[in-house]
Design a binder for this molecule. Structure first.
Ligand SMILES: CC(C)(COP(=O)(O)OP(=O)(O)OC[C@H]1O[C@@H](n2cnc3c(N)ncnc32)[C@H](O)[C@@H]1OP(=O)(O)O)[C@@H](O)C(=O)NCCC(=O)NCCS
Length: 180
């Protein structure tokens, strides 16, 4: 399977806010490294929306799935991440497990950039989203619209599938086929 990215940080300045060069933040999106595991855990904890996994899980993803995970670094601070993996039985499909952006950095297309970078080279992108998560719904809708591909919805995990209380039903979105 070809790598989905190089390990070189990629500066993304094409659609920075028009605040002038002096105040323009430096934004880079790069694969996660082991040190990012802790940053991803903190961003998930402070996201206000995500199920917080153990810190071990974020470290493990940073170690073993770095090709399908990305962090967004704004002026040297990790301000967003996407956590994903290629489905073992369908390796042309990237499942996006979690995406989060620091609340102070939201609305600036950071999540869109993370998604664009991590999905390079895959044919389909899948994610599960709760019906009430407008920002996440919009994120994936825009991703599909920009590429002119279908976004299909299907049942995924119902609230009763979860053994512990407090989980909403998660619907599946499947986007593609993408040009590789
Ligand atoms: C979802 C999330 C990652 C989006 O990050 P972001 O960097 O602000 O997203 P973007 O700037 O790329 O915006 C994506 C789209 O969502 C829209 N959006 C952002 N916040 C929104 C909100 N609160 N309500 C409705 N739409 C919203 C944006 O306007 C944009 O749509 P547009 O391109 O049509 O204008 C961020 O809101 C977040 O971290 N939420 C908490 C964690 C979460 O719910 N993760 C998703 C489930 S795994």
């Amino acid at each position: 399977m070809p790598p989905t990215t190089s390990a070189t940080p990629r500066a993304l300045s094409d659609s920075e806010p028009a605040t002038g060069p002096a105040t323009r933040p430096h934004i880079a999106v790069r694969p996660a490294t082991l040190e990012d595991g802790g940053h991803m855990w903190r961003l998930a904890r402070d996201s206000g929306a995500l199920d917080l996994n153990t810190s071990y899980a974020y470290l493990l993803f940073a170690r073993d799935f770095s090709r399908t995970c990305r962090v967004a670094v704004v002026d040297g601070e990790v301000a967003g991440f996407v956590l994903g993996y290629r489905r073992p039985d369908a390796p042309d499909t990237l499942f996006v497990w979690q995406v989060a952006v620091d609340p102070a950095q939201r609305g600036r297309q950071l999540a869109g950039r993370l998604l664009a970078d991590v999905s390079a080279g895959v044919r389909f992108v899948e994610a599960s989203i709760t019906a009430d998560n407008a920002a996440s719904q919009r994120l994936f809708e825009r991703f599909a619209q920009e590429r002119g591909v279908a976004l299909e919805r299907a049942d995924f995990f119902s609230s009763t599938d979860f053994p512990d209380a407090g989980h909403e039903t998660e619907g599946l979105v499947r986007i593609g086929p993408l040009d590789r």
